[in-house]
Design a protein around this ligand. Structure first.
Ligand code: AMP
Ligand code: MG
Length: 416
């Protein structure tokens, strides 16, 4: 089997994946979504000239040479502007965020004043300039401008910004609804008795958690036995309720690996033969991979992504191949995780085999702040324990490996 370089496999998949149809959703539900159109401000922020300080609003000309004594005519709280007009020789007590009253043009902070005991007058102890501590209307955002670009991920500050201009229903790409189906006659649910020859289904729990971590909507489709008709029926049924499907197992060269055939025959049935294949990706672990883009619940490029069965392989395959596809569907413009530069904390030896190796490592900042990585344990594709103590994959390009102290590419994985 020809091995497809990882970048090429990612490109093929990303070329076939399409972002889900945009929809307006409540701001409160929008965290983590990707904007599908630029957000245009309908309001000025701040909406009016206001005070940046607790102090006094006055006419700068009245307080250019300290000290000056002014008559205090009112108190203006945030949200309670009243009908105050500040005349010559007058000042109004003002709180942070309150509108600048008519007649006043500057603010002196309370720390630079002395109020008379009865509050009727105030002594200004500093020289007040033009528009001191005045926050102008529109000085953060002006009405009509694009405040956030298409493709921006809505995190805390972006959601705050949208709220600040009164936007309550941003146009975003929906989160893909993604089903996870485990295949294998040998699989037993955690919490059930095991017969000889059975193993626990660990992939489903792990993959469902990946989906939740990445803010997709995870649907548990259970386990299906290694039977062509059963696998096909379960995948077809799931397509009517999901935007994308992940399967685990059944994509290698075993006698009972039906997922490959199901995926390719469904693609033919859906008239999308060109958008399906079983490939070997030039990576280790996680070489086997099958995919098809089919008619799904909401669109006609619903990916069915066949991940390998070995537990570490299925997670590596998710990270490198499935996650980018799902992120593209969610509208992300940078679907593939960035590789960061770290340092080998030990020798990472390997032999040339035409593949890029992804080694499970524990990486932490060393004394000089550079991320230093060491193997987190046994590197077999069935050895999930080393994956569970890893926070990154070290990327070893084809060749002899990386020596201790040398630069090392890292894919740092998100914490839960
Ligand atoms: P397969 O690709 O189906 O031949 O599976 C490869 C290896 O992964 C076999 O040792 C399977 O028993 C194991 N495996 C398959 N599915 C799972 C699963 N859901 N959880 C844990 N191990 C699995
Ligand atoms: Mg199997």
């Amino acid at each position: 089997m020809v091995l497809v370089p990882l970048a090429q496999a990612q490109r093929i998949l990303l070329d076939s994946a399409t972002p889900l149809e945009p929809a307006r959703i409540a701001l409160r539900e929008a965290f983590g979504h990707v904007l599908a159109a630029p957000a245009i401000s309908a309001e000025d922020v701040p909406p009016f000239d206001n005070s940046a300080m607790d102090g006094y609003a006055l006419r700068a000309a009245d307080a250019s040479t300290p000290p000056s004594t002014l008559q205090v005519i009112a108190t203006i709280a945030a949200g309670r502007p009243g009908n105050v007009v500040v005349g010559p020789g007058q000042a109004a007590r003002i709180m942070t965020g309150a509108p600048i009253p008519a007649g006043a043009d500057s603010i002196v902070m309370v720390e630079q004043t002395e109020a008379a005991d009865d509050g009727a007058t105030v002594r200004v102890l500093t020289s007040v300039g033009d528009a001191d501590h005045v926050r102008r209307a529109g000085s953060d955002v002006q009405v009509g401008i694009a405040i956030l670009d298409v493709g921006v991920v809505l995190g805390p500050s972006q959601l705050g910004l949208l709220a600040s201009v009164g936007e309550d229903r941003p146009l975003v790409h929906p989160r893909p609804v993604v089903g996870v189906l485990a295949t294998g006659d040998e699989l037993a649910e955690p919490g059930t008795p095991m017969r000889h020859g059975q193993i626990r289904d660990s992939n489903r729990a792990a993959l469902l958690a990946c989906l939740e971590r990445d803010r997709f909507v995870a649907v548990d489709l259970g386990i299906v036995v290694d039977d062509y008709a059963a696998v096909r029926e379960r995948i077809e049924a799931a397509l009517s309720e999901c935007d994308a499907l992940l399967t685990s197992g059944g994509v290698s060269v075993g006698d009972f690996d039906h997922v490959k055939r199901v995926v390719s025959e469904l693609a033919t049935a859906h008239g999308r033969g060109a958008m399906a294949a079983s490939i070997g990706v030039a990576i280790r672990p996680a070489k086997p991979f099958a995919y098809a883009f089919l008619n799904g619940r909401s669109h006609d490029t619903a990916p069915v992504l066949g991940l390998p069965g070995n537990p570490v392989s299925s997670l590596v395959s998710y990270e490198l191949l499935a996650r980018p596809v799902l992120r593209r569907m969610a509208g992300h413009t940078d679907p593939v995780r960035w590789e960061t530069v770290g340092r080998a904390g030990e020798d990472f030896s390997r032999t040339p085999d035409g593949k890029t190796h992804f080694v499970r490592v524990a990486a932490e900042p060393s004394g000089d702040g550079v991320l230093e990585a060491r193997s987190s344990g046994g590197q077999g594709s069935h050895q999930l324990s080393a994956m569970a103590s890893a926070n990154a994959f070290a990327v070893l390009p084809d060749g002899e490996g990386v020596r201790k102290g040398e630069t090392l590419g890292l894919l740092v994985l998100d914490p839960p």
